[in-house]
Design a protein around this ligand. Structure first.
Ligand SMILES: *[C@@H]1O[C@H](CO)[C@@H](O)[C@H](O)[C@H]1NC(C)=O
Ligand SMILES: *[C@@H]1O[C@H](CO)[C@@H](O)[C@H](O)[C@H]1NC(C)=O
Ligand SMILES: *[C@@H]1O[C@H](CO)[C@@H](O)[C@H](O)[C@H]1NC(C)=O
Length: 508
């Protein structure tokens, strides 16, 4: 049998977690599904800065290759525009492709030791990173797949270094290019491993190396032409370069948050792999030596080293390292350690994979706003940005707050629009939220407003609603929403999980 009972059980839990409405980070929607839905369904939504033709900082090619088939199938063949089905299919595709590619990659990366291989697989499928991050539509999840495939080709070249691998070099060139066009930091993950491969393989097969370089140039040219055409640009769009130039500017990065340089190593990695932190540093001389010969360990060190140079350091940037960490910790496998590992991952899986900001997608799924033609003004407050693609609305307007000298303002909101309008108030304060509501009411006393907020700020919402001229009704409530961003030690009500939707209107 291909999979043991335990493996089937762990994979089932993973699949179950993967189709929860949890929402880890806005980029899982805005850098993929939002763009694809606008492209395939012609709907209106949010255009993130990377995809603004002025910036052209992300390539369409990896998105079209990976998600294109699903979106084409649903939009052009089945004519289904249900965002719930789309979200689930994308999540399942991510989960299954990761499980399959990891399985194949491990056969090449650990060819000789069956027990090590099956134990590594057990660690991979019991990790909450597999269940949550890896199943969500992040560019980082796609990066994991490309990295696994690339390291596999490296393993084959080193393992059979006497043979010529023409086709492999071509495949490798395509993979590396797609990796770079998917995320410009991809080279960080393969920098050190490729030095070993160059030394051990390409030096003996210089013509293979030329094939690799030519393939990278040719594939890049295709990506640039496709992007230039899809962005409808007069000049060539070289997305990874635009992205790199943008990221070189600290003033740009500060808009996204600056972190201390040790964040990846001391904060992010421990959150991703928990107790496995004990084992990723070599324990003795023999391990140091074997680490420098192992492609996967070199990939871990190389990524940590290079990504730590950038001042913007998010947890998900490290997800591609998970399978390699699992290979390493299997060397230290014990039943006790495995139990601790599973315990850590169950807790994190429930927090991140089931509860984290779940009320947002949950509400949009249950309320089925996408079936209505025209919706009212929807005001989202103190929540992650609503994934506007889930409205599937071809006349949607989206506005959000803006900052002038670090002060949050609502200048961008057009209070004259009363239909199909989404306002993302983000974390703005009570006064700004109250002003927004009253500005809409003053413009037209007859129109309804819909307010979306986490229960952690219910106290503030009640302060706004405590007004003789407002009547309201709670139209939806779910307990399944954990808001980790607005916890306040002095106000214990902010720890209450849950998400609510109310409809309010003006009364005499
Ligand atoms: C939605 O609004 C537009 C313009 O205001 C109107 O033409 C259309 O009939 C409305 N659709 C529905 C289903 O009410
Ligand atoms: C689209 O939205 C704009 C702004 O709300 C509105 O003026 C226009 O009537 C809408 N058009 C349709 C066809 O619904
Ligand atoms: C909200 O704004 C209205 C109208 O300006 C005002 O009457 C009310 O007191 C404000 N409420 C709060 C809680 O600030």
């Amino acid at each position: 049998m291909l999979l043991s009972k335990f493996e089937i059980f762990a994979i089932s839990i993973g699949i179950l977690v993967s189709i929860q409405p949890s929402y880890i980070h806005p980029d899982e929607h805005f850098q993929s599904l939002e763009i694809l839905t606008q492209f395939f369904y012609g709907i209106k939504g949010t255009i993130p800065w990377e995809y603004d033709p002025q910036n052209g900082a992300r390539s369409f090619v990896p998105l079209m290759l990976y998600y294109g088939p699903i979106f084409y199938f649903f939009s052009n063949i089945l004519h289904i525009n249900n965002p719930v089905i789309l979200l689930y299919c994308v999540r399942l595709q991510h989960s299954l492709s990761f499980l399959l590619i990891t399985y194949i990659a491990l056969c090449y990366i650990i060819p000789k030791n069956d027990i090590h291989r099956s134990r590594t697989y057990a660690y991979v499928i019991t990790s909450y990173v597999t269940w949550s991050f890896q199943s969500h539509s992040f560019s980082n999840s796609l990066e994991t797949l490309i990295l696994l495939a690339t390291i596999t080709t490296f393993s084959i070249q080193i393992g059979r270094s006497n043979e010529n691998h023409w086709w492999l070099s071509i495949f490798q060139g395509i993979l590396i290019t797609l990796g770079i066009f998917n995320r410009m930091t991809f080279p960080a993950f393969i920098l050190l491993p490729s030095l070993i491969v160059f030394w051990k393989y390409f030096l003996k097969h210089i013509r293979n190396f030329l094939v690799l370089i030519l393939t990278i140039f040719a594939t890049s040219a295709v990506c640039i032409l496709v992007d230039t055409s899809l962005y409808d640009s007069k000049t060539y769009i070289i997305a990874p370069m635009n992205n790199f130039l943008y990221n070189m500017s600290v003033s740009n990065l500060s808009k996204h948050g600056l972190h201390p340089r040790y964040t990846h190593i001391l904060v992010n990695l421990p959150q991703l792999i928990g107790p496995a932190m004990l084992y990723i540093v070599p324990h003795n001389k023999r391990e140091v030596k074997s680490s420098f010969m192992s492609l996967q360990m070199l990939s871990i060190y190389s990524a940590l080293m290079v990504l730590s140079i950038f001042p913007h350091q998010e947890l998900r940037f490290l997800t591609p390292l998970l399978p390699f960490v699992c290979i390493k910790i299997t060397e230290h496998h014990s039943t006790t350690f495995f139990k601790i590992w599973v315990g850590f991952n169950l807790i994190m899986g429930i927090i991140i994979g089931v509860f984290h900001q779940s009320g947002i997608a949950d509400t949009l799924m249950k309320q089925k706003y996408y079936q209505e033609q025209n919706i009212s003004v929807h005001i989202w407050w103190k929540a992650y940005s609503p994934p506007t693609w889930m409205y599937m609305n071809d006349n949607l307007t989206v506005s959000t707050t803006n900052f002038i000298e670090n002060i949050e303002r609502i200048d961008n909101i057009n209070f004259g629009i009363h239909e199909n309008y989404i306002i993302d108030l983000k974390g703005s304060d009570l006064e700004l939220a109250n002003d927004t509501i009253w500005n809409f009411i003053r413009d037209d006393f007859t129109k309804n407003l819909t307010l979306f907020y986490p229960d952690s700020v219910e106290g503030k919402v009640l302060q706004i609603l405590n007004n003789t001229h407002l009547s309201y009704e709670k139209v939806y409530h779910t307990r399944r929403h954990l808001d980790l961003d607005h916890l306040d030690g002095d106000d214990l009500t902010t720890f209450i999980p849950g998400f609510s939707v109310i409809e309010l209107q003006y009364t005499q």
